[in-house]
Design a binder for this molecule. Sequence first.
Ligand code: ADP
Ligand code: MG
Length: 684
Amino acid sequence: MTYLDTDIRYCKGIGEKKALLFNKLGVFTTHDLVSYFPRKYEDRSGFKPIALTCDGETACLKVIVADTPRLMRIRRGMELVKFRAVDESASVDITYFNQPYMKDAVHRGGSYNLYGKIIFAGSKRTMANPVIEPEDAPAGVTGRIVSIYRLTTGLSQKLMMNAVRQALDACGDELPEVLPENIRQKYKLAQTGYAYENIHFPADFESLELARRRLIFEELFLLACALGKMKGKHSKAEGIKIKPAELQEFFATLPFTPTQAQLRAIREAAEDIQSGSAMNRLVQGDVGSGKTLVAAALIWYVWKSGYSSAFMAPTEILARQHFETLSDFLAPFGMRLGILTGAMSAKQKREVKEKLKNGDIDLIIGTHALFSDDVEYCRLGLVVTDEQHRFGVNQRASLIAKGEKPHVLVMSATPIPRTLALIIYGDLDISVIDTLPPGRQKVDTFAVDESYRVRLNGFIRKLVGEGRQVFVVCPMIEENEELPANVKSAEEHAAQLQRYFPDLKVACIHGGMKVKDKNNIMSTFVDGDIDILVSTTVIEVGVDVPNAALMIIENADRFGLSQLHQLRGRVGRGKHKSYCVLVSDSDNPDSEARLKIMTKTNDGFKISEEDLRLRGPGDFFGSRQHGLPAMHVADLCSDMNVLQAAQEAAQELLAADPELSAPEHKALSAAVERMFQQNSDTMN
Ligand code: ADP
Ligand code: MG
């Protein structure tokens, strides 16, 4: 055992009781303590002459105490210690509230450093409760950049700082250098000892930056190594060996020719499943790029070898729609398809499960009902999950566990920058469908305000007159949410449109409705028997209605960019020229900027990059659904450059030493293991 593993309760000045408080912060060992990085920094490095300070300024002063501190009792429970401090330029009146001991702690004529907020009171400068320390105090908290830590009740900054100082002094040399020397050189990264010292006690801002960069790199590098290693394991895991089949037989039945991008994705996946190793592949493609076909081809492929498939969709509506689309593709071959969703009656479910178990279904499509405990599969060869960002890594795993190492195909319509995808889906191989089927027209997009309402209604009239259908999306309204009067609720808005267009068929669909009713309305719309469908975002992903040519999004400023892009993807799927109108009365410049991006580009990758930049990855992916460990210093979004470098370095290293077993990678390997251990619940 090294000093780094020492339980912090044995550290000087901490002890049993305080240790519990540190534990609350996730700090258990000395190593945790030195890895507990500051939340922010205060620049107390420069001293300012008193005369140059302004009202409200927080400043560091070098002063001499000019009179004897006086203790005053204003009333019961209120004691003041007052004195005057001076430098060559001016004076400042200091007051401490309810710290009577300050009277004896501060001496007339003594030299001190102060840090606090200057307040002008009439012609005088004052400071209340400033940080004070003798000019020559060791390990002081003035005259330098001071770290501020996230604390918990019972711990003070001072205690934390002292504990970290001690730990650093004690273990300084023991801190392992996890980065291989050549990588450190190549990417110009500071040494580990330097980095830990300066992240806590920065000598200056330059050193702080060097330290930060090194630690961010280290963190992302470890993550990339951990995921890369995991992927290495996966890809070596044995899988069902699927026999080669003549895909041409499948393609021949299609009403269209697959795009090159679709063919490539299908070919990559087909190679995987014939290899004898388990496939773990992500197919990433913008909305409308035709991912369903890729899945269908693979499902057909494993069926030719006598295996069944499960297709998991995020919502009931989508499960239904996929059931229909996939039936069109696959039923002609005599494949038997089934559907299983939570909304089905107990009897229906029982029947389907019985068939599944007996091997009477070749492809089952459903929602998360598919991985309930009582569902048993027969010869499950392939699991497809659609719109991956809605499922956690864990959910995916529980479905996979149903088969004997089935192959896994994940489809995502959230185009994310490739570097980030490599990290987030580090355990998956990736196919990108980067072209849309031919003849797809750009969806013309307009951002308008309320003053366009009449014109907009005229436009609806015109398009419906031409036989087209219209989507109108209103923001999701949470119960009890206090909303500004101008925010449209779907139901109200539908009623309004119906009054305005008495001769058109207007319907409304929202999350609060029964699944059966939702399905009914959706299929009526698909059949063309509804002109205007008003909805909340239930239609967000996947729904395919080629005759819909206009998407109107009300209160568009309330949606995220990626969400807007997904919604817009609902139109422009057929041969008709399509439009998207973003209605917003917000005059917030940020909102305006975001909507403007939508009018400028139809490229999902560009949009998601912007979205990521504007919102940060936390929001972007939903509440840690991606299952990544929490980062201590790195920010997956703003540290994109470092991320790329770290990824590159990790790949290079793993190519040379896949198991990290070389002696010079011992520290690295241990750190990677540590990462696995800490996150074993989220990463498996
Ligand atoms: P997404 O990638 O968003 O899931 P879909 O699989 O729903 O896209 O496909 C969108 C539409 O494009 C569907 O109507 C589908 O039939 C059609 N489509 C898919 N591939 C092609 C192709 N190669 N040529 C023409 N149309 C295609
Ligand atoms: Mg889809």
